[in-house]
Design a protein around this ligand. Structure first.
Ligand code: ADP
Length: 420
């Protein structure tokens, strides 16, 4: 009996020992996996989601670890896509010519692009500061305040205190997220305004230039109607009407040419051209006037520049305009010199005279439409468009034209055109 009991007790003890051994091994394995999971969690906390996760096992610990792992990877993908979106947004904002500034519901600047920094002359540390402290333009500050109170705002046109020459339009809109923030967009409309002003001036100038001959034509035509028998005046009046009508015709012709050039409808057509023959022909056209004014006209074309490939028709119009001006603005007995030279890449045409020259301050403006040094100096037949056409023609041919004064005081126009 006692040996049976002993065997039984031994069996129980062995079974208990075996169970303890199995459990303690399982615990050790579990603790090792828990340590591995902790290590992975630490790696994730440092932002390293790159390496593959270890085998978590199939028990409850493994299942929880796998679920957490998936959640972390999902969050990681969101974070990557947010970072990419932010980088894309920053690239867009920094390449924008419009200024953009965003304030949060506390009035702190959350975002500002380079254009807005430049336009508002903001300091580097503007981010996170209150817009009221940082933006020095009261109009914009007021509009942002209104937008934050959800009050609709109108666009605001302003020039900045430190650069009055530039005009900006500011538009502010509310941004509703958790609270009321605002987004400010700034457009630099200086070029648009200038273009609009140029267009207005142009229309005013055209109207004025057309009205002057039209008034003369109308007046003399009425005089002829009122007194058809006054033979003495008849011929003179008809001659005036004819001259004024020709002036209007020239003006309309020049305007149409400028419009064609503006619209890019006159492409260059290249062909070999004998510049000496071309210039001599134009000089011959002006010969009667040159002789009448007892002027001296010299033409020098360097042998190596004599034949060039260019657009002969356009070059003709350029030279004709410059020579005509030189003849007209140079007083009697003056000298006109036309010189053509070349270097490796270009040929140069210089038309110089001994006339009154041009005001130094207006050397660029002479190429503007309807620019005249002073109205009293304007010649009766001139349209004020000749040099504007010259500039366009030279540009179509890929060259440049400049105006200057010689040391003696006369005007010097230099045209540089590329050799082909
Ligand atoms: P316009 O038909 O009046 O001659 P342009 O465009 O050819 O028009 O010239 C513009 C203005 O530039 C002229 O009105 C004149 O005041 C000035 N100008 C042009 N060429 C000369 C020159 N050679 N000498 C002095 N002034 C000139």
């Amino acid at each position: 009996m006692s040996s049976i009991l002993l065997a039984f007790l031994l069996g129980v003890a062995l079974a208990a020992g075996a169970a303890w051994l199995v459990r303690s091994r399982a615990t050790a394995a579990r603790e090792t996996r828990a340590g591995a999971i902790q290590a992975v969690a630490r790696r994730y906390a440092l932002g390293d989601l790159s390496r593959a996760a270890p085998d978590y096992g199939d028990d409850d610990l493994g299942q929880v670890a796998r679920a957490m792992d998936q959640a972390v990877h999902e969050l990681g993908r969101h974070a990557t896509s947010l970072t990419r979106d932010r980088a894309r947004m920053e690239a867009i904002l920094s390449s924008m010519v419009e200024g953009v500034l965003v304030v949060d519901d506390q009035g702190r600047i959350q975002l500002v692009n380079d254009a807005a920094r430049r336009m508002l002359r903001l300091e580097r540390d503007a981010l996170d500061r209150s817009y009221v402290e940082v933006i020095r333009h009261p109009g914009i500050v007021e509009q942002i305040g209104q937008a934050m109170n959800n009050t609709p705002t109108d666009g605001l046109e302003l020039s900045l205190p430190r650069d009055r020459s530039r005009t900006l339009v500011a538009r502010v809109a509310p941004v509703v997220t958790e609270g009321h923030g605002a987004v400010l967009v700034l457009h630099d409309v200086t070029d648009l305004k200038n273009a609009d002003q140029i267009r207005r001036d142009f229309v005013a100038n055209v109207s004025h230039e057309l009205r002057t001959p039209l008034t003369a034509i109308k007046g003399y035509a009425e005089a002829l109607i009122d007194d058809p028998d006054d033979q003495a005046s008849r011929e003179r009046f008809l001659e005036i009407i004819h001259r004024q009508a020709s002036r209007m015709e020239r003006l309309v012709k020049d305007l149409l040419r400028l419009a064609r050039l503006d619209a890019g409808q006159e492409a260059a057509e290249y062909a070999p051209c004998d510049i000496h023959a071309l210039a001599a022909g134009i000089a011959a056209d002006f010969e009667p006037l040159v002789r009448e004014k007892a002027q001296h006209l010299h033409l020098h074309v360097a042998a190596e520049a004599r034949t060039v490939t260019t657009d002969p028709a356009k070059l003709h119009d350029i030279l004709r305009n410059l020579i005509e001006n030189a003849v007209n603005y140079t007083p009697a007995e003056g000298t006109l010199t036309i010189e053509v030279t070349r270097d490796d890449s270009d040929f140069h045409i210089r038309v110089a005279d001994t006339g009154p020259g041009l005001p130094e301050a207006d050397l660029l403006r002479v190429f503007e439409r309807f620019y005249r040094v002073d109205k009293s100096r304007a010649r009766p037949g001139g349209t004020g468009l000749g040099l504007a056409i010259v500039k366009h023609l030279v540009h179509v041919m890929g060259g440049t034209v400049t105006a200057a004064n010689s040391e003696q005081g006369g005007a010097v126009f230099t045209v540089r055109l590329p050799l082909r």
